[in-house]
Design a protein around this ligand. Structure first.
Ligand code: SF4
Length: 441
């Protein structure tokens, strides 16, 4: 029996990733592959680096995907099914919009797949698989086998990718994580994570956690356990990471070099309206200073387009990031992913402009009607921020204000500068991505 696993990516997503210098690979399939019985042979195609061959000799195809790749995945699925190969769909978009995904697949997985995956494969071999495998109860993360390292393909500057926890205890209005994981936050046993962490040969490890600061006590235990491996690591974290000295001290000792902190906005009103009241803008400078004090660089996650954002938000954000000496930043256009409270609210208010999921990429389209700007102004401001943040002028200013992370900040910022010049914002014809009237529903 042969199983073809696909980590899907549309052409547009691949183009966006090219401009981002660092684009870490998805690890779902290498983890699921580790749970497949030995009598199956496995091929894994990560579409960011390899092409899918529709004329596969596989007996079964399983595809995981995010919302922007939906149209592409449905086309792939139709071609495989036409060739007589059954298709299983799973991943974030399927969990958020299962009824839609079910129309394009033989089997769908709703929610986390690990517990039901062996049961499905067993059913499939006996010719009695069900249409839907739904994980109703939030599963434990105990005993998850190490991912299949031989199936991690992308050259992404990291030496290994791993996860220690899943989900997030918070409930931000725009976030898919809290919806997909039913507001749960779960941890793998510390010793299992440490064993897997130590098993990677490379020096730089990425924790693929939604929020490594979701349980501060757990995080401290984890940091103590991984310190002896003397590796470097980075992860996403909520602002709570920067409020606890012991957390930062242990993180730094264990090799943390950068934290991706979800600042989201420099407007307190915007944060409050997005149910992210625990982010206090008046504490941002102090928190960033504290993270820097422990030798950890900050990558800020910023979103534009909240209802309280007007055209001044772009300049305010740049002023803040430059003054605080933030080393790196990821900017997103607010995007109401299906299933989120934000999607429901904007739909009720009649402000969704398109249901074409391929445009829900948070980078090249505005898919809803913002309150205090036009969609064009939001897109233009977003592009301006990207160009300005990675301009030589801003790099010099931010690095001058960054007491730490020069070894990492300078090469990475210069890489972004050149990448933006060749692939990125302002160079891939953004005007053509604006929604036309025909597309407005
Ligand atoms: S803190 Fe981050 S991961 Fe958690 S719900 Fe908010 S946006 Fe999502």
């Amino acid at each position: 029996m042969k199983l073809l696993l696909i980590t899907a990516s549309s052409n547009e997503i691949k183009r966006i990733r090219k401009s981002r210098v660092i684009g870490f690979q998805q690890v779902t399939m290498p983890y699921l592959a580790a749970m497949v019985p030995h009598h199956w042979s496995i091929e894994h195609i990560d579409e960011d680096v390899n092409r899918v061959d529709i004329n596969t000799d596989a007996d079964l195809v399983a595809i995981t995907f995010h919302t922007p790749s939906t149209n592409h995945v449905y086309e792939l699925a139709a071609q495989f099914r036409q060739n007589g190969v059954p298709v299983v769909l799973g991943g974030p978009h399927v969990s958020l919009v299962p009824e839609e995904a079910a129309r394009h697949a033989d089997v769908i997985f709703v929610g986390e797949a690990e517990q039901l995956w062996p049961e499905f494969l067993n059913d499939f071999e006996r010719g009695r698989s069900k249409k839907i495998y739904k994980q109703d109860v939030v599963p434990s993360l105990e005993g998850i086998p190490m991912s299949r390292k031989d199936l991690l393909y992308r050259k992404d500057l990291s030496g290994g990718i791993i996860f220690a926890s899943r989900g997030c205890p918070n409930k931000c209005e725009f976030c898919t994580i809290s919806v997909m994981y039913q507001n749960s936050f779960r941890k793998r046993p510390v010793e299992e994570v440490a064993r897997e962490y130590g098993s990677f040969k490379g020096k730089v490890i990425i924790f693929w956690d939604d929020n490594i600061a979701g349980d501060i006590y757990f995080a401290k235990c984890l940091f103590k356990a991984i310190t002896p491996y003397k590796k470097w690591w980075s992860s996403q974290a909520s602002i709570h990471a920067g409020q606890d000295d012991e957390f930062l001290e242990l993180a730094a000792k264990s090799g943390c070099k950068q934290l991706f902190i979800g600042l989201e906005s420099v407007s307190q009103k915007s944060l409050n309206n997005a149910s992210k009241t625990f982010n206090r803008v008046d504490e941002y400078y102090k928190i960033i200073e504290k993270i820097h004090y422990y030798g950890i660089a900050v990558q800020a996650g910023v979103v534009f387009g909240f209802d309280d954002d007007d055209k001044t938000i772009f300049r305010q954000t740049i002023n803040f990031l430059e003054t605080a000496g933030v080393q790196n930043a990821t900017f997103n256009i607010l995007t109401p992913y299906p299933g989120t409270p934000l999607f429901k609210r904007l739909q009720d208010e009649g402000r969704i402009l398109t249901f074409d999921w391929s445009k829900y990429n948070a980078r090249t389209y505005v898919v809803y009607r913002p309150k205090n700007m036009t969609p064009e102004e939001l897109l233009e401001g977003f592009n301006w921020v990207n160009q300005r943040f990675y301009s030589i002028r801003s790099i010099i200013k931010r690095i001058g204000n960054s007491p730490t992370g020069m070894w990492w900040t300078l090469p990475l910022n210069l890489a972004y500068y050149f990448s933006n010049k060749f692939y990125g914002y302002g160079n891939i014809g953004y005007a053509s991505y604006l929604l036309t009237h025909d597309e407005i529903v």
